[in-house]
Ligand binder design. Structure first.
Ligand SMILES: Cc1ncc(COP(=O)(O)O)c(C=O)c1O
Length: 396
């Protein structure tokens, strides 16, 4: 078989290629620069969580767990989603541990969707959502929700829907836009879901990264929403353990049971010793950790947004998550190297040694996002400070 011939691969593997994000990483490394592109949070993992992981490994808690996860962790998550998210789940069986929230997303998507189904995805989107949904065979219907100021428009969603529309994806707080859905918007969305009998998969991985007065509302907490919602979140972002691959889904029992079986089929279980370690997030850490995290991120957000504004970007300050999707149209009118997002990304690497992500990565249509770059501010403070200095020196 000739593996230089794309047709020797399965159709689902053929379109897979190294994303722009990774190629930027390589180019930034080549100039010894700072990568504000990839959403990698390089802050340290809290000590109590690390200590529990060490203990769990020492104690040989290393065999497969129950396919939905260890019972004490599922109980702790149940308690957390009831108390903090207002989700009316009642039993630990409604919680499924996944290999990251991404693993839980895969399990949910493969449990609910197949060829012939349609699913609504808002733009700008998170690439993994689109790519995983495509793997299920479902057809995607894109609905613009661009720019931070834009409000959910039920009319635009209905226009994109057909009788085959089965699901909608909600990401709040959102990557890359930083949008945080309001209760009113979610109420309007629920109305569309109930009228058209849709199920929602909600990605709430950034639920604690909130700024100013933004409030995180879990869609499943609205009256009548839980029965048609799969809520996803995880430990990666809040506790700086992106590489541990530990997330979860919460859903009504009939969905959760199938999701758990799908998780069993695809992954067997989430990493066992790390499930034990994650318990420390609930019984050794309190709200002061979250308050500190929010204050730290707010600071970093200000540092990056002010820098980008100072060098000529138009910056919608995010209400949540840790990304800025900034527009460089006015810079483009003033200087060379900013013809489109790919050129701008190149220019930033060459002249400031700073990595970013091209705006087009977040839209289906090639002309959308071509004046935008995404930056991530989940960086150690001295690194972010240095990055801002490099941007100001090159373009200020
Ligand atoms: C919107 C969104 N969901 C999920 C993830 C990944 O989460 P996890 O590490 O839990 O799989 C990311 C990471 O960048 C993200 O931006």
């Amino acid at each position: 078989m000739d593996f230089s011939d794309p047709s020797s691969f399965a159709a689902r593997a053929r379109p897979l290629e190294q994303s722009d994000i990774r190629s930027v990483t390589r180019r930034v490394e080549a100039v010894d620069g700072i990568n504000l592109g990839q959403g990698i949070c390089d802050l340290p993992t809290p000590r109590p969580i690390k200590a529990r992981a060490q203990r769990a490994i020492e104690e040989d808690r290393s065999v497969y767990s129950h396919h939905a996860g260890i019972e004490p962790l599922r109980r702790a998550i149940l308690d957390k989603v009831q108390r903090e998210n207002g989700i009316p789940a009642l039993h630990p069986d409604e919680v499924v541990m996944g290999v990251g929230s991404t693993g839980a997303f895969v399990a949910a998507a493969f449990t609910l969707l197949e060829a012939g189904d349609e699913v609504v995805l808002f733009e700008p989107f998170y690439g993994y959502h689109r790519n995983i949904l495509e793997l299920t065979g479902a057809t995607l219907r894109y609905v613009p929700l661009g720019g931070l100021d834009s409000t959910f428009d039920p009319g635009a969603m209905k226009e994109a829907m057909t009788p085959d529309t089965k699901a909608v994806i909600v990401n709040t707080p959102a990557n890359p836009s930083g949008k945080v859905w309001t209760r009113d918007e979610l109420t309007d969305l629920l109305d569309v879901m109930q009228t058209h009998d849709l199920v929602a998969i909600t990605d709430e991985i950034y639920e604690y990264m909130l700024y100013d007065d933004a409030e995180h509302v879990s869609p499943a907490s609205l009256d009548g929403a839980y029965e048609r919602t799969v809520t996803l979140s995880g430990f990666s972002k809040t506790y700086n353990v992106t590489g541990w691959r530990l997330g979860y889904g919460v859903a009504p029992a009939p969905i959760a049971e199938k999701m758990a079986l799908m998780n069993d089929l695809l992954y067997i279980c989430a990493p066992r010793p790390l499930q034990h370690a994650a318990l420390a997030a609930f019984d050794e850490m309190d709200e002061t950790y979250i308050a500190q995290l929010q204050a730290d991120y707010a600071d970093r957000r200000a540092m990056l947004c002010e820098t980008l504004e100072a060098i000529g970007f138009d910056v919608p300050w995010p209400d949540g998550a840790y990304y800025v999707l900034a527009d460089f149209s006015s810079l483009r009118d003033r200087r060379a190297g900013f013809a489109d997002d790919a050129a701008a990304c190149d220019t930033l690497i060459k002249e400031a040694h700073i990595g970013s992500v091209t705006g087009q990565s977040f839209y289906e249509d090639e002309v959308d996002g071509d004046t935008e770059l995404r930056f991530c501010f989940a960086k150690e403070r001295p690194v972010l400070k240095q990055a801002c200095r490099q941007l100001r020196d090159a373009f200020g």
